[in-house]
Design a protein around this ligand. Structure first.
Ligand code: SF4
Ligand SMILES: [Zn+2]
Length: 339
């Protein structure tokens, strides 16, 4: 960690923003359907990407792995944003048990999503059993949660905690808030009857593979009392970010899928934990040797629905190499041993 943090200072907070697409904007789709867990049951879900002016933190400083701001529209108006949702609902219908609304920022930030748009969107989904929105903790206040509940009682607030370690969140991610901020937001949301999801980031830059593994496990233990669900997000290399600059210099490698499997198996007894490995199996995404990636990705997705560690059956010769990396990467001063 010391070496990692020292080298962090040689780079800007975030590289110049590029023309990347949102991590979840696969094929430039604005909405897609899937399956998710709701109260232990596998149910159909709809994910909707709403284009707003984007995350204020990204405009001001930004997190080291996040290129979402490239998807923003600085001129987005309230009526346009509402129209985006209603067009998706007209196409896909409203029969989904879970609807996820992603804005590439904070749904609860009134500067990003005007109040009338927020309330109209949540009211339109009042009969959906679970509506997931994302927000930084500073927008999770009693006043805003009260407004949210008046429009929709089934909202879950997903917060990008990333790690419970303030030092890593500050030095490696530049997130701009503390674990205490997350705990406060969680308590406020729960006191209004809302649920909370914590996003944890597996392998922020400047951590070795084993440090990343241990951090994700510790963070799950720390966040579990305050989160109804944990989502383990495997870091991928987005364009225009500091992570990309490091990756291009061979100073960053996305996490091994084996590391994700290890975390999921070890924290299962203490939390409901899901994982959707975005970009997995590619050089920019979490990956193994290439031969076993597909199978491991499928097993991670299966585990996310079943919450059963028996989902993990894959084996591959590269597990030996992965174990070698866990043991010896600390001697390479933070540089990945294997691409
Ligand atoms: S990770 Fe979240 S808080 Fe950080 S810049 Fe991206 S959208 Fe904003
Ligand atoms: Zn393999």
């Amino acid at each position: 960690m010391k070496t990692a943090r020292a080298s962090r200072r040689r780079y800007p907070r975030q590289a110049a923003s590029g023309t990347t697409r949102h991590r979840t904007r696969a094929n430039d789709r604005l909405a897609w359907t899937g399956l998710d867990l709701l109260n232990g049951e596998i149910v159909p879900s709809l994910t909707v990407l709403l284009t707003t002016k984007g995350c204020y933190w990204a405009r001001r400083d930004g997190c080291t792995m996040c290129g979402y701001i490239a998807d923003a529209n600085p001129d987005a108006q309230s009526a346009d944003i509402q129209k985006q949702l209603f067009e998706v609902l007209a196409q896909y219908g409203t029969a989904f048990k879970i609807v996820k609304l992603f804005t590439s920022g904070s749904f609860l930030d009134q500067e990003e999503l005007p109040i009338d748009a927020r309330d109209a969107i949540l009211s339109a989904l009042a009969d959906t059993p679970k509506v997931i929105v994302e927000s930084r903790p500073e927008f999770v206040t009693s006043e805003i949660c009260g407004d949210v509940v008046r429009s929709n009682r089934h909202v879950e607030i997903a917060i990008g905690l990333e790690t419970s370690n303030d030092d890593i969140r500050d030095s490696c991610i530049n997130k701009g808030f503390t674990f205490r901020d997350f705990v406060r937001a969680s308590k406020v949301a729960h006191s209004d009857g809302l649920t909370v999801k914590a996003y944890l980031l597996l392998k922020p830059p400047f951590l070795t593979e084993v440090e990343a593994l241990e951090d994700a496990i510790q963070s799950t233990h720390d966040a579990a009392p305050y989160a109804d669900t944990i989502s383990l997000n495997l870091c991928n290399v987005q364009k225009g970010t500091l992570v990309e600059a490091l990756w291009k210099k061979r100073l960053y490698r996305p996490p091994w899928l084996w590391t994700a499997v290890e975390v999921l198996k070890r924290v299962k007894p203490i939390a409901t934990i899901i994982c959707d490995p975005v970009g997995a199996g590619t050089a920019r995404g979490p990956h193994n040797c290439g031969k076993c990636d597909r199978q491991v990705i499928l097993e991670i997705k299966e585990f996310s629905l079943s919450q059963d560690s028996a989902s993990f059956t894959a084996t591959c010769a590269d597990q030996l190499l992965w174990k070698y990396v866990l043991e010896f990467e600390k001697f390479s001063y933070g540089a990945p041993l294997v691409p």
